[in-house]
Design a protein around this ligand. Structure first.
Ligand code: MLT
Length: 311
């Protein structure tokens, strides 16, 4: 007898490849985490996880796409802190981070680095601050659009220095990095998952790291705090979500695959090499739900105080 109920298909999940949506361009930091994770989740799911880049508008395009996708588990979102900042940076946010999704769990936490093109005149963070102050009309700062981690860090950096900088938006910091290496743009604040290899290859200059402590993979890089930026600490946490009303058995299977993926030594090694911390303990719906509910109002408040107007 051929019959199919949604409960039955949920129990068999997954019977076909899963799309992991990255709301930024390919070749960037979120993409890099997603591709490693997709591979690490595969043995549990016994299906391929295909990374799909739906870039635009600081990550809000891809996030809203997932909130409107079929709630069947075949479309999952891999996004970072911008998931909670963007709604208060846009006048008409096109998704609701609290009501539009079911959280699966936290994934990794990634420090950021302030980097510049290889021939940028400043050689250290002190010189960078001086140069930027003197040349504020000439210096260009790349980012991945309003609401992106690089945007957030760029705003904090410019505020810390006390200047407004010309910003150049990209669909992700993957393409922004290409232009930085190509010397088409001056500065970028970006996650170590995208900057580590370029810093080590000396194709860009690195000034400071935004974590509280120095990063073991880039031990010579001072923290922002050490460099005189009091309280300048940003960590880019990443999470995984599915659309609201995705059945519980489907979410349970994705959670099992996420936890197994994070425990995979190959995934851990890759992330450690890129300066990222794997959030094994918080890879669960309760931890991600709590994070989102805490951060959405916190960012809204912070932007209001800083006078950052929604666009
Ligand atoms: C990306 O993958 O391009 C990013 O995570 C960009 C960002 O948020 O700065």
């Amino acid at each position: 007898v051929a019959f199919s109920t949604s409960a039955q298909s949920a129990d068999n999940f997954p019977t076909k490849p899963i799309n992991m949506v990255v709301p930024f361009a390919a070749g960037g930091p979120t993409d890099s985490v997603a591709r490693s994770l997709a591979e690490a989740m595969r043995p549990t799911l016994k299906q391929t996880v295909i990374v799909e880049n739906k870039a635009g508008a600081g990550g809000t395009l891809g996030s809203s796409y997932v909130s409107r996708a079929n709630p069947d588990g075949y479309t999952v979102l891999l996004m970072h802190v911008g998931f909670t900042t963007a709604p208060s940076l846009y006048k008409k946010p096109n998704y609701n981070p609290i009501d539009g999704f079911e959280p699966i769990g936290l994934v990794v936490d990634v420090p950021m680095t302030i980097v510049g093109r290889s021939d940028f005149p400043a050689n250290n963070i002190k010189e960078l601050v001086e140069y930027v102050k003197k040349n504020k009309d000439k210096v260009s700062l790349a980012n991945a659009g309003i609401g992106a981690a690089s945007h957030l860090c760029g705003v904090m950096f410019a505020n810390g220095v006390g200047v407004d900088l010309l910003t150049v938006p990209y669909k992700g910091t993957g393409p922004a990095m290409n232009d930085l290496v190509g010397k088409q743009v001056d500065l970028l604040c970006d996650q170590t998952t995208n900057t580590t290899q370029q810093i080590k290859a000396n194709t860009i200059k690195a000034y400071a790291v935004t974590s509280k402590e120095r990063v073991p993979t880039l031990p010579d890089l001072p923290t922002m705090e050490e460099s005189g930026f009091k309280g300048f600490e940003v960590g880019i946490w990443h999470g995984m979500w599915v659309p609201k009303n995705t059945p519980a058995p489907v979410r349970a299977k994705l959670l099992e695959a996420l936890q197994a993926g994070l425990a995979d030594p190959k995934f851990q090694e890759r992330m450690a090499g890129l300066g990222a911390q794997v959030l094994t303990k918080d890879a669960n719906p309760a931890a991600l739900d709590a994070k989102v509910k805490q951060q959405v109002p916190q960012w809204a408040e912070l932007f209001k105080k800083a006078g950052v107007e929604p666009q």
